[in-house]
Design a binder for this molecule. Sequence first.
Ligand SMILES: [Fe+2]
Ligand SMILES: [Fe+2]
Length: 208
Amino acid sequence: MLNPDRLIVEFDKGLRTLFSQAHSVRPHPDANVPDAPLNDAEKKHAAALMRVNHSGEVCAQALYQGQALTARDPAVQQKLQQAAQEETEHLAWTAKRVHELGGHLSLLNPFWYTGSLVFGAVAGLLGDKWNLGFLAETERQVGEHLQSHLDRLPPQDEKSRAIVAQMHRDEISHAVMASSLGGAELPQTVQSAMKLNAKVMTTLAYRA
Ligand SMILES: [Fe+2]
Ligand SMILES: [Fe+2]
């Protein structure tokens, strides 16, 4: 059952995700990595890839918040909070890197946020087994996507690579956690639909 107080708290979190700066408890993974020279085209490309990753993290915030809006086992909820905290750190790392590369965050973030919030809430309403299964599959797909960015980022852009590599490790551990908490494997058609949805988001966020 949706609780009005909870809705207000989550609405506030949404506004903060979209309009204020996220903070990281852990040091930024690129904190001690020196900047390498990048030409204009490389900078633009790296900024666009990191913008895509930032939008993915906006979606992650909404996904975890959507789940928090729906009833669930308090023990499971507590474990998900740790992962949600790491997602907030990913948001902080990617936003900072986009700006360092002279880029801007996606203008479409409010749309990604709203869509993911609905997905998260619907998954939450289906019960823990499917909710956690959806989360595990999302994290797995994000992990694959981040791996592909390690191939696409300019090789000398060690700062962006350090961030993406740590995010990749975190997302894989989130996937393992969600499965170990009892997440069911999603039907193949749902997995394919999720991939298609992610493809649309990443293509648009790369451009805007
Ligand atoms: Fe993340
Ligand atoms: Fe994650």
